[in-house]
Design a protein around this ligand. Structure first.
Ligand code: FER
Length: 258
């Protein structure tokens, strides 16, 4: 499937309702110190309504700001809300490098930092999700929870999401990196995954050097009958692809759950 967002999808539009972006801190027992996350609440956010949640993860050189520094996710989402294309959701942009100094400085491929992307699973499940569910009016069941990310964050989304289908019904991987588990480990029980998933989205640019990771995952899913979207896009390991992914993936989320 080839997809391209319409012109202007990422351009600031005058006179539409806007969501809000804030930075919050939560206590992480997994890491042992307070950690920062950005949160986007949609236009008209109100405690009278219950929202779905998308956890949206960054790449190997990023942090909780990366999507905002490069991807204008709030503008893309504001525009989609203005056009009535999205289910109400809040979007959480965590720092997926779960270690005391989680800044993307020095050697971003340092094994200790790569390891921290694995530790994030505990931070997310044990600390961040409960924090979000205590402080925001959100759905607490799997049908109201999604996880997606780009590159390292795409690998995390597959590794964490598919290993916890009791927690996530909607999963997206944009250009997943080599941290992605081998398909047999990722989906040891294809039948069960097929029954539980509401959406499994896999995408990659056709000029991306990491495309083999997506291809091997797609091949296994197809062979084992696990329904999924495979979006092969024009482009490399880069933001135009990931922004396009957010535009399309977000519109498929949480449809038909209420
Ligand atoms: C690798 C190449 C790329 C790797 C990770 C990446 C863990 C991640 C790239 C990104 O997040 O953009 O070999 O190994």
């Amino acid at each position: 499937m080839r997809i391209t967002a319409p012109e202007g999808y990422d351009q600031y539009r005058e006179n539409i309702a806007r969501g809000n972006v804030e930075m919050v801190e939560y206590i992480s027992r997994a890491v042992g110190n307070p950690r920062k996350t950005r949160i986007y609440t949609p236009p008209g956010y109100s405690q009278d309504q219950t929202y779905n949640v998308l956890y949206l993860l960054h790449g190997i050189g990023g942090d909780e700001n990366e999507w905002f520094n490069h991807g204008q996710p709030h503008i893309i989402l504001d525009n989609l809300y203005a056009d009535g294309m999205l289910e109400p959701m809040i979007v959480v942009f965590p720092n997926g490098r779960a270690m005391p100094d989680d800044r993307p400085v020095g050697d971003i491929f340092d094994p200790e930092k790569i390891q921290a992307f694995e530790r994030f699973e505990l931070d997310l499940l044990q600390d961040l999700i409960p924090f979000i569910e205590t402080n925001y009016k959100v759905s607490t069941d799997r049908e109201g929870r999604a996880i997606a990310g780009l590159s390292m964050g795409g690998g995390q989304s597959l590794n964490i999401g598919l290993n916890h289908l009791d927690r996530f019904a909607w999963i997206g991987a944009f250009s997943p990196a080599p941290n992605t588990k081998a398909p047999e480990q990722l989906i040891p029980n294809p039948q069960e995954a097929a029954a539980l998933l509401r959406l499994l989205w896999l995408s990659c640019g056709d000029e991306d050097n990491l495309k083999h990771i997506s291809e091997r995952t797609h091949a296994y899913l197809a062979e084992h009958g696990v329904p999924h979207i495979w979006a092969e896009e024009s482009g490399g390991h880069d933001w135009p692809v990931w922004k396009n992914d957010l535009y399309h993936f977000s519109q498929r989320l949480f449809k038909g759950t209420k």
